[in-house]
Design a protein around this ligand. Structure first.
Ligand SMILES: Cc1cc2nc3c(=O)[nH]c(=O)nc-3n(C[C@H](O)[C@H](O)[C@H](O)COP(=O)(O)OP(=O)(O)OC[C@H]3O[C@@H](n4cnc5c(N)ncnc54)[C@H](O)[C@@H]3O)c2cc1C
Length: 391
């Protein structure tokens, strides 16, 4: 039995056709392999090719680079459906490439860089990562210290990144480096090819959740990269990073929508079958009401997420506020639903081997990655204060 979705005003027939194609990809390519990839701690490289051929890695990007020029609602569809494949790590591995690593390349890089890196990554021939976070600079992006010193026609890069998804296997990193003064204006983005001398992958990090995506430390010791690998203009990296956070945060919110849907569906099936004291669990009013609360939370999160997607697609000035609200709400809602569905499953929910404990672990990081919930509250409250000042 499946929860009936409320009809959505946001999606076109094309979006719905796309949803069907992602759903069959998930059934064919992901769900049967989810356990093996979670255990291996990575997805096979071939999956990027398969996803590239299906058109999933360049949804929003120009057709001349192999993309399909769609809007952020198509990204929502992709994320929601991929996240229902019982391996959030797999969904993370693919979106860390298509959205996180590629968005600045697509929007700010010159055609030469797009030809060399964006187009093959959209085809799934190259794996990309986004490298911003450092051991001493996570939320506070403006304090990154990885240095890129100009030397003739090259940048010479030294420093360290951590928590980099796809990092251990990436062919290139969209890398945030310090090219100038301390603070946000001294930051630039470069395409960093990982076959450069002096580059080393450190530890693969043993994460609580999303275990099918590989996340690791990266070290740079006097690595020479052509200055022509600069994305956009020198000193504007922070601006580019901030402008692309919207897409990253939307991805997390849309993952949460898909996961809530999947968990409620699994939970309803279980509550129909499992009996206690001579009644099905769904006959207890407490569980019927808790399902009512979960379904309502899901629809509220959907509404905020789709609205944020629409505003992002329109490059509306309110998009950052909407996407911050969507991510803040989505992280809290999916964590609450994961805990509730685990409780519903009693002892069974505590045993590895079903999607329940895996999803519970996977969503723990949703209030951390792509900007923590505290940072979302900062952005929202600053916008509120500004609005009040303007009144
Ligand atoms: C699984 C995973 C994958 C990741 N993938 C990537 C990746 O691919 N690329 C990449 O660059 N990074 C990646 N990250 C890093 C991620 O973006 C950071 O972990 C996140 O931004 C938080 O930074 P931090 O861990 O340094 O925590 P900190 O910034 O040190 O924060 C610690 C705590 O302090 C709070 N805090 C910080 N500032 C404030 C404030 N102003 N007001 C109130 N509270 C505050 C935070 O909310 C948090 O609760 C990943 C992280 C994880 C866990």
């Amino acid at each position: 039995m499946s929860l009936t979705r409320l009809p959505s005003i946001y999606f076109s027939d094309e979006h719905e056709a796309f949803r069907k194609s992602v759903r069959s990809f998930v059934e064919r390519e992901i769900r049967p392999n989810a356990d093996a990839w979670e255990a291996a701690g990575e997805v096979p490289r071939a999956l990027y090719r398969t996803a590239g051929e299906a058109g999933f890695l360049g949804l929003r990007y120009g057709e001349q680079w192999g993309g399909s020029g769609q809007d952020f609602l198509a990204t929502c569809v992709l994320c929601e459906e991929l996240a229902q494949g019982d391996s959030v790590g797999t969904a993370v591995a693919l979106l860390a490439q298509s959205e996180f690593a590629l968005s600045a390349l697509a929007d700010e890089a010159n055609d030469e860089l797009k030809r060399a890196w964006l187009a093959p990554a959209i085809r799934g021939e190259l794996i990309g990562a986004i490298g911003v976070s450092e051991p001493a600079a996570g939320s506070d992006v403006a304090s990154i210290a990885t240095r890129a010193r100009r030397d003739g026609g090259d940048y010479v890069i030294s420093g360290q990144k951590t928590y980099i998804t796809n990092g251990p296997r990436a062919d290139f990193v969209t890398l945030a480096v310090r090219t100038g003064e301390p603070g946000p204006r001294g930051i630039s983005l470069v395409v960093f090819p990982t076959d450069v001398k002096g580059f080393q992958v450190g530890r693969r990090l043993d994460k609580l959740g999303a275990r099918a995506s590989d996340t690791g430390e990266l070290f740079f010791d006097d690595c020479r990269v052509p200055a022509s690998n600069l994305i956009g203009e020198e000193g504007r990296g922070m601006q580019y990073i901030l402008s692309h956070f919207g897409g990253e945060r939307l991805v997390i919110a849309a993952f949460a929508v898909g996961i809530m849907q999947r968990l409620i569906d699994i939970g309803l099936d279980y509550a129909h079958e499992r009996s206690a004291f001579g009644s099905k669990l769904l006959e207890f009013q407490t569980w019927r009401h808790r399902f009512a609360d979960m379904a309502t939370r899901l629809e509220a999160t959907r509404g905020l997420t789709y609205q944020a997607a629409r505003l992002l697609s329109d490059a509306h000035p309110g998009a950052d506020l909407a996407v911050s609200m969507a991510k803040l709400d989505a992280a809290a809602s999916v964590q609450a639903v994961a805990a509730e569905v685990m409780q519903l499953h009693g002892g069974f929910g505590q045993i590895e081997g079903s999607p329940i404990p895996r999803y519970y672990r996977d969503v723990a990081g949703f209030s951390i990655g792509a900007g923590t919930s505290e940072i979302m509250r900062e952005i929202i409250s600053r916008a509120l204060v500004k609005t009040k000042e303007l009144r």
